[in-house]
Design a binder for this molecule. Structure first.
Ligand SMILES: *Cc1c(COP(=O)(O)O)cnc(C)c1O
Length: 348
């Protein structure tokens, strides 16, 4: 079975699991004067991540959702406005920060360009009208089919916000796929984001974990929020050790995963009924069933019967995510399966 449901299905390698056995551990919740805990492996992961991104500090979280939510609730208080667009993962999938039951942040939606990238003019106009506490960006963009922002685009959006002293939080769950697509190191790509979250648990192949990188001052406040939300952990070097392994060995996977998405597209050729997103930037490909009598659920069920697991997403779309558990041959095979299903749709 070829599993393209998500890059979260990647399994830790034996070397990654071995790294746990020799990791020095301690109580990460027992913080010193500057907020660092006593787990040497967590501290090593946070320092390594901060350096990789050229920022002062990093804070380890069990999930990306808790990491993003903690960052948002550190930047903004309930009833403050936050600039967003509805297809952001934070808005569409996580929801907590904007929920009337929980974070109570007030969403203000900015326009996106025809390509799906945030519109700087719209952001500037909304800032002057609403004095928001934060601007949210996502790179690569999950629900926009892995769309990547270039360093120039990131700079322009961040500069616009900073001109009015509005900080920027980047959801960079798959920022290494954006690094691979743009050819720009994450330290440069994310230079002007004030905080950014990235996942160890997706294409990087670790079993657990996300980090938020930022300046030192913000990281201290973020640790406080993490504690309030129940995200402080104890001998969690057992989860940080695979994360260090992932950052040292698996970042180059992103480039291969992006290439496999391109290989899939090439092999797919022209479909008659299903519509494939264009362009494809990174490791995500969306296919629309809108022009067919098929629902995304039916397409997924038929694909599964042929040996390909994919997932419905948004309305009338299925999502394919390439990751290290998928070989070049798997990518070709997946294209053959989708092409066959597309042929069969003609009969309907
Ligand atoms: C996966 C993901 C997250 C957070 O995911 P968790 O499953 O909570 O670790 C955040 N943003 C984006 C864009 C994602 O794809």
């Amino acid at each position: 079975m070829i599993d393209l449901r998500s890059d979260t299905v990647t399994l830790p390698s034996a070397q990654m699991l071995n790294a746990i056995m020799s990791a020095p551990l301690g109580d990460d919740g027992r913080a010193n004067a500057i907020g660092r805990g006593e787990d040497a492996t967590v501290n090593a992961l946070e320092d390594y991540a901060a350096e990789l991104f050229g920022k002062e500090a990093a804070v380890f979280f069990p999930t990306g959702t808790l990491a993003n939510t903690s960052a948002l609730l550190t930047w903004a208080e309930s009833n403050q406005k936050v600039l967003m667009e509805p297809l952001l993962h934070i808005v569409k999938s996580e929801k907590t920060a904007f929920s009337p039951r929980f974070g109570q942040l007030v969403p203000i939606s900015y326009d996106v360009t025809e390509r799906g990238t945030p519109c700087a003019d719209s952001i500037e106009k909304l800032i002057t009208e609403h004095q928001p506490a934060l601007l949210l960006l996502e790179n690569s963009h999950n629900f926009r089919g892995g769309l990547c922002l270039s360093a120039d685009e990131m700079d322009k959006l961040c500069d616009t916000a900073h001109e009015y002293n509005v900080p920027v939080h980047l959801d960079g769950a798959r920022v290494f796929n954006a690094q691979a697509y743009t050819g720009t190191p994450v330290s440069r790509l994310c230079k002007n984001a004030d905080s950014l979250m990235f996942c160890l648990s997706k294409g990087l192949g670790a079993p657990i974990g996300s980090l938020v990188v930022s300046d030192f001052e913000f990281s201290k406040r973020l640790r406080e929020t993490r504690k309030l939300l129940g995200g402080t952990m104890r001998q969690v070097g057992v989860a940080a050790a695979p994360g260090i392994y992932a950052l040292k060995h698996n970042i180059s996977n992103a480039e291969i995963d992006n290439q496999h998405a391109q290989l899939f597209l090439q092999r797919l050729g022209n479909l008659r009924h299903l519509q494939v997103q264009t362009p494809v930037h990174s490791n995500i490909v969306m296919i629309s069933t809108a022009n067919t009598a098929y629902t995304p659920e039916q397409l997924c069920a038929d694909a599964k019967a042929e040996g390909l697991q994919i997932r419905p997403v948004l309305t009338e779309m299925v999502r394919l995510v390439f990751h290290s558990g998928v070989s070049a041959d798997d990518a070709k095979e997946a294209a053959e399966i989708i092409s066959r299903l597309d042929e069969r749709l003609t009969v309907n």
